[in-house]
Ligand binder design. Structure first.
Ligand code: GRF
Length: 204
């Protein structure tokens, strides 16, 4: 049997997506193993979740590096040291730099809480509410050099209700995020994804 893909998750916060990915991996939903969790925030609960599951976790401090490129190179080195096949950004509050994008292009995904290309960047759920959108959702995409602009892998729509607050909408979107991120990883592990320009073909 072929070996499981080696996965790293980069997270800055609570890490509920990380948790969904750990759970999916443990129940064999995809043929991959999360071997490393990296955070730029030493207080990220994501680090604690990794610890709870005996997954190596590393806090890497941006302030220890002079430039963003130096910081990125340190992360690349770390990921390469772990022979990582697939990098998952999950609530990682930094934009991946040029080197990182090039090193991992087609092997690095991100999850975003809107139906891209609508509402990229910060506070996507608030943006959707403020705009008056009737439908929002979430997107898993490959990472390119832009902010939330890479080729789209999976999306799921979530209706915006009349009485929604940022919190209630975020909660319902998050529940869908927890389903589509493992699904995107599953497609990847099964070799089903092919990037053709902006489009990602999902075979089978
Ligand atoms: C999610 O909404 C994700 O889409 C966004 O940041 C949030 C992270 O949540 N990029 P969590 O840390 O996975 O709970």
């Amino acid at each position: 049997m072929r070996e499981k893909l080696r996965i790293a998750v980069l997270a800055s916060g609570n890490g509920t997506n990380l948790q969904a990915l750990i759970d999916a991996s443990q129940r064999g939903y995809f043929h991959g193993q999360i071997v490393l969790v990296v955070s730029n925030n030493k207080d990220a609960y994501a680090l604690k979740r990794a610890e709870n599951h005996n997954i190596d976790s590393v806090f890497i401090n941006r302030n220890d590096y002079r430039t963003r490129d130096d910081f990125d190179r340190a992360i690349i080195k770390l990921l390469e040291g772990y022979r990582i096949d697939l990098v998952l950004l999950a609530g990682y509050m930094r934009v991946a730099g040029r080197d990182m994008v090039h090193t991992f292009y087609g092997r690095m995904m991100n999850i975003h809480p809107s139906l891209l290309p609508a509402f990229p960047g910060l506070e996507a759920q608030k943006q959707a509410l403020d705009y008056g959108a009737k439908v929002s959702g979430c997107t898993v995409h490959f990472v390119d050099e832009g902010v939330d602009t890479g080729p789209i892998i999976v999306q799921r729509a979530v209706e915006v209700c009349e009485d929604d607050t940022v919190e209630s909408l975020s909660d319902r979107i998050l529940a869908e995020e927890h389903k589509i991120y493992p699904l995107a990883v599953r497609f990847y592990c099964e070799g089903k994804l092919k990037i053709e320009g902006r489009r990602v073909r999902v075979s089978g």
